[in-house]
Design a protein around this ligand. Sequence first.
Ligand code: ADP
Ligand code: ZN
Length: 734
Amino acid sequence: MEVAVPLPIDHPFTYRVPSGQEARARVGVRVLVPFGRQKVTGLITALADGSTLGGREAREVLSFLDEEPYVSSAHLAFLYAAARECLAPLGEMLRAALPGGLPRRAAPAAPRTETVYRAAEGSPAALTPKQRRVYAAVLEAGEISSPDLSALVPGGGDVARRLAAKGILAGSVRMKSPALSASPFPDTSGALVPTSHQEAALAKTGVALASGGFAAFVLHGITGSGKTEVYLRAVEQARLTGRQTVYLIPEIALTPQLLGRVRARFGEGAAVLHSGLPPAERAHQWRRIRAGEVFLCIGARSAVFSPFSSPGLFIVDEEHDSAYKQEEGIRYQARDLAVMRARMEGAVVLLGSATPSAESIRLTRTGEAELLSLPERIGTRHLPEISIVDLKGQSARRGADRYFSSALEDAVEETLSRGEKAMLFVNRRGYAPALTCLDCGTTVQCRNCQVSLTFHKQDGVLLCHYCSAKEIPPERCGSCDGHKVAQVGIGTERLVAWAARRWKDARVARLDSDVGRKRGSYEEILSRMHGGEVDILVGTQLIAKGHDFPEVTFVGVLLADLSLSFPDFRSAERTFQILTQVSGRAGRGDRPGKVIIQTLSPEHVCIRKAAEHDFHGFMEAELAEREALDYPPFGRMLLLRFWGPKLERVQEAAETVAETLSRPLSEAGIRMLGPAPSPIAFVKKKHRYQILLKMPPRFAVGDFFPELLRPMREVAKKAGVRMEADVDPYNLMI
Ligand code: ADP
Ligand code: ZN
């Protein structure tokens, strides 16, 4: 029998079943097996023997860990296919896909839960004074957890439990992990009448779900057009056909609003999966999904592996978001895997976004997916008016002032004077992205990486955004000993300082990943924002994701060019997405919104089209350019990365691999670019090289490469160089 082990080895191993235990050997069951001198947990992938023995006698399975398969055979087939497509060993895919890899023991059963109480129907009969106090506390709170109750009334939790047993209170159990916390959200679904566009979209998904075969849809809906409502109703449609839904969102920590809404609609019928959950909770959610106790799983990218027995619908919200690309360990694209799994399961996949990716739009052009549109915002709210300000004439202004046009200043001023709120967006954290000597032009670089260090004023350090190395900011230039070391450029910290100086009475807050890292501060800022206690919110992309602050009527983009200047074929697309997303934060309430985009390249098509709210106009131009250069989606790419401590070794390994591959690649019609140093050629003390392969569209990567690359890995390994293959890469910098 064949057993896959969760190690980076790309074939399963053969083991013998102890006699008398044949009935327990089933595909998908976990087993404990001897492996070298260790014992490891493996997964049975086939009952017949393969040929991985090399003449030696197969060893015997030590024990079977499951009565029923831990992974169903349909699920295993998907994991196999996913591993192939990502050029990853099955064992590593198992480790990435299953909670806790392949745990030997089932995770502890009881996740941390708490009981919450509400008053039951009817008025209670005679109560003791203490019971009355508890009852009053519950009434006052509406709903309150047992520990909170005990904090108000000593012993209150126990009293409540007895009252619940008598039917005076109603108790229910909920997860108490903060990772699962959800904002309360009123369930308005009953009152809501779908718009004609929503209706049309749902008619299509309904027919596809009822027919029970594979179908793909791209739902293009501008911000606030009611996409989420379509998703939730499609979940219901899938449920009526007896099938489950996997609902992916880019980053679950940012969307307590969505969780609240889903809970309000589906109650305990929804599970949540993401890597931020404590292991026991993750295992618990996994079990509920596998046991069929829920019909919906919401999660970040790894939820694409949800062990539903018959998933009928895959929703990928904000499908364009690069967070769907896993960049550590196995590099998989969860959106693409969702499409693949839907195909294998005969399911419907719904890719939604305000700015669908070029890849998805292309699918709608080739007929592989159907385009559904929600072109209008719900209700009377309009899209904000966006103007572009050319920053090039700003050189007369000095210091940080040079980053602000008077148009932007005036707009913030007016917003504040009307008692409304403003958001200022700059896609960079820290105070200044560089310290540069004004005498000799030298910029302070990281000692481990080929990047300049960012000045973080609040912490008083220079920080490397690649390796997190810290340095004390130098007073004199390390190269010429000059003492005019200037802070160059602007990040969120500097923007906050400037805004606070400019508007002394305004309450200014900052939201970026530096703030987000400190426990609770992210939630705190959001709740201050919702409470109207912040006048100007400064931040990176974090402020743009999924928030709905009705009082924000102005959004200023400080420098749209930051994301445009990357040497990456997706930079225009990303800039368009960011600008659209950030702009979408303005005017979500009753008052109209206004946006100013400051830029050094006002003529760039992505900036012009973003300002015109013209997604299709932008996409036309973008697709034409991609097609001319054979970039995705008009071809596939594979990036081979090489890194190691010695430059010559890295270069040599890359060159040897390139030389060996050149014949078979050109015979297959694959173009090779490089080897060349990576755009950032030195990171974390390692030199980096790349080979970029450009393949025809729909090239069968998983069929062609595994055999070809296996000996290449050996070549690199012998030279002390790491080699990694990244299929359809998103990060071309390192
Ligand atoms: P999106 O996901 O496209 O940003 P949402 O689904 O969140 O949009 O909808 C935006 C707002 O409009 C939400 O408050 C939602 O409850 C409301 N909404 C959605 N569809 C309708 C409808 N058909 N009628 C009234 N309100 C709706
Ligand atoms: Zn560094």
